[in-house]
Design a protein around this ligand. Sequence first.
Ligand code: CA
Length: 560
Amino acid sequence: MVSARRRLRCQSWPSAALAFVGCAVSIATAAAGSDAVSPVTACDRLQSESGPTIRVSEAQLRPAAGGLAAHCEVLAYLDERTGVDGQKFAIGLHLRLPEAWNGRFVFQGQGGTDGVLGSGDVQPGGGRPSALNQGYATVTTDAGHSNAPGPLGGASFGLDPQARIDFGYRADDVVTRQARHFIQTYYGRLPSYSYFLGCSNGGRHGMAITQRFPEHFDGVAAGAPAFRMPEKGLAGAASTQGFAAISPKAPDGRPILAQALSQADMELLSRAIVQSCDAADGLADGIIDNVPACRFSPRTLQCTSEKTASCLSAAQVAALENHFQGPTTAQGRRIYASYPYDSGIATEGWRRWILGTAPDSRVNAFNVSFGATLAYLYMTPPQAPLPNEAEAVYDFYRSVDVTAAHTRIFATSAAMPESSVQTISANAVDLSGFRQRRGKLLLYHGVSDPTFSALDTLDWYKRLTDAAGGEKATGEFARLFLVPGMNHCSGGPSTDSFDVLTPLVTWVEQGRAPERIEARAGATTPWPGRSRPLCPYPRQARYLGQGSIEQAESFTCAAP
Ligand code: CA
């Protein structure tokens, strides 16, 4: 009966490829013999869990609708309080408890700077099979604050020291404990296995959990992790300042970042990178699998005389090098990793972060939003206030002294418990607690991610490898999958459609580490439907020399 219902749910998923992935999970679950668990109490009885530190605002049974299976939906607010400047704070919790529970729990980390209570039932990147529909109890949180309107809305909570701590890591702990309590009350037992999924800031939460609360989760999937957010904020400032210096100016004198490089310029650059690096993996297929071997320099495109469609000006080359090399202090100390030259940088997904997509707008690049978080959240004490206007944030970001800001963040605030160094960073490589409890960490990162550099995650992974006793020992509990061509969490000329939950569950529950993850290209890529294996670093996808180059089975994961 249970498997018949599961089969029906599988068929309701939009794409055949995804349905296959999702059904495979259900079948594996059924084969493991874990029959669905039913509730032992009424959903609305969870309302009575309200107390001095928690307000349950909703606990209601939801019939199957809107693509979601029947479940008990719980909304609750923990530790409600009034903070700095009279701001109201609480840690929001959004829990969904399926009527047919598979005995497992998934926590979905949110992107941005949190501040929004999401649905808690999607895998990062979207379009992937619903965890709730597979029988998981799912939860998410706003991490302790609610974003206000305007460009400062996702940053002004940084004025409140406790809100920084809640955002940094405490909400992960508080919400996990409370969700487990609700699960025990509703089903009469605790979950057999617990998982955490998140991309970007959600990936940061995932890393923070493995470092700070190793007891909570059996498996964590962290995508494009924002684990060095303040450093990235400084990298974005240096990048923005470099591109602003070569941008034409609007009538009000502000540089129009979007015009620093035209779409044709970016396509020229992307084509040259592919030409230079694509075949180094043995196959010219538009995908650069041998990332470490790509030694591209935009200087090869520099005009010898005036700028034409087939070359870049010296100023453009300098601004690109400034961005891709990553920032250093005035004393030459590296602040953030470099960015890899990759095939996915002529996309809207790249441009919207770095330059902005509106051709005549002064302030449209997502990167500029890091100006608000730099001032309000990364600096201790905050460099506030700024007027709540995009122009003011832009003016601050394109004029901030990167070296002085770096000093202010790291030299002066390292000892302050509420500083970003202490709260937001998830940069530690001592995962001994997580490893000891046999936890598994699955990391993934798009090589063409414009905002958080895949090379920064790779640097961290190498440091972890050194700390954990080498490649083999590390691969037993932590693996990194680079996704060539993929932008931030999704998009780009890449195979960006893949399921991380299934391989994570198999790793944790059956002890089989992911040797490859099958991934598929979407409709907007040059090769819709193409599939590839994603490989655990340092292995790379290699063509076997026969079979269709559109199919993953024609590829192996090989040592470089
Ligand atoms: Ca290739």
